[in-house]
Design a protein around this ligand. Sequence first.
Ligand SMILES: Nc1ncnc2c1ncn2[C@@H]1O[C@H](COP(=O)(O)OP(=O)(O)OP(=O)(O)O)[C@@H](O)[C@H]1O
Ligand SMILES: [Mg+2]
Length: 510
Amino acid sequence: MKPGAPFTPAEYLVLHEVSKMLRRAGDFEADLQHVLEMLHGHLSMERGMVCLVDRDKGEIRAEVIHGMDRRQKEVKYLMGEGITGKVVAEGRPIAVLNIEQEPLFLDRSGRRHNVNRNEISFLCVPIRFQEEVVGSLSVDHVRANKESLERKAHFLEEVADLVAARVRARQVEQEVTRLRSLETHRMSPRIIGNSSVMRELAKQVSQVADSSTSVLITGETGTGKELIAREIHERSPRRAAPLIKVNCGAIPENLIESELFGHEKGSFTGAIQQRLGRFELARGGTIFLDEVGDLPPNAQVKLLRVLQEREIERVGGSETIKVNVRVIAATNRSLEKEVQEGRFRADLFYRLNVFPVHMPPLRERGADVMLLADHFVQRFSSELNKKLERMDTPAIDMLMAYHWPGNVRELENIIERAVLLSEDGVIHGHHLPPSLQLAIPDKSSTPARGQFEALVHNYERQLIIEALKDCWGNQSEAARQLGTTKRVIQYKVRMLGIDYRLYRGQRARS
Ligand SMILES: Nc1ncnc2c1ncn2[C@@H]1O[C@H](COP(=O)(O)OP(=O)(O)OP(=O)(O)O)[C@@H](O)[C@H]1O
Ligand SMILES: [Mg+2]
């Protein structure tokens, strides 16, 4: 298969030892360190390194470095970058006689500072599994000549063949870990949204759900604060216990205490029997304090006490009752401002604001508008038993151009009305309210086809930019996320004039 002189006895010995050891299949890193150690000890092949190809990220990462913990330093190459990148990209070995004279040689692992680089040769071979390059194996050799180097390259390819299955297994293992971590950041299907701000939110929700930490959800009206509160509760270990909602703004001031903490029979006029308060009802579960910014001052004091002591007293009662309750509060006001202006207690604010979650307004969620619109069209057409096929172009145009002061709730209401009004299975522009008609400039002079194309391009642009932001400008990863190929993304990026480099090394809007 591979040409060249037969191996030396020392080389045969190493091949034999390597295959014997790999059959036992121990810990990947320990085994591969051992292989590199044998190359060093028996054959003077120094500074061995095994890299793994990460196709998703389009990079090659050092997985095992001889005598070095890979966590000490991350060593990576882009496809085609340096000798290692070239070996992987082209799928064939490269031998460098003198690294000092080779501009492509990068020494990313930084291990060749104190050696005479003029004496060092470098060998790198691809590791293939079923025709696919899954990694690379490289070593240094002191004072080699051209012929001996070629022979050693053949030998090293033999070693690469032996370790290939293990390297492939490692790659699969890492892929699975990555997918699992994505999985845990996914919200339940009733929460729609794929924009980077919503994905960031999903991550926060999964970070906080498991604990009993107090959460303060802020955001404009209709952004989904209550929906997220419910999501956090349902993803928490308290999900079997109740989630009790208190609308702090809707209870008359003189009844707030009795609502929250309950009362004993006869404690005030009208208290004809004992009543459990919301905190008691929520025991073991979660209390959701909606519009918490509307709490009057004396109720704020009482609430602070519960949060500090974790116990309550019913109005007119003398018994203290322990309550194990998680608190999630929400507000569409700026509580910081309320604190500054003396309307909200600072100490209560800090108690509630342990884990702040901000709901982004709909106008910052890009293409989510259309995802949500589709979702609501489906929901209301099935609720109203109507068959709806699509939305026409002007309708889409208006939905995309509008600034959504009422956020998701407004969109929900508008779609419900449009589904009701529609008579021919299509939502037309004129089924949307006048506020949306004003949102777009009069395009009657634009031919319909051009308008449609502009809209589609606009939508595509937004989808691609969102994906690029998420993937730090990495086009391969963006392609995966959108379920298409890198080639398509590259083409669209060029056609739509998107500068993917803008998104490198930064996560915008987060
Ligand atoms: N991401 C989403 N996916 C699906 N539906 C959503 C989403 N966000 C909000 N909604 C829906 O929009 C409506 C408003 O949401 P919600 O009541 O949670 O908002 P809110 O922030 O509490 O509003 P307010 O400040 O007015 O109380 C609800 O019917 C909710 O189901
Ligand atoms: Mg609400």
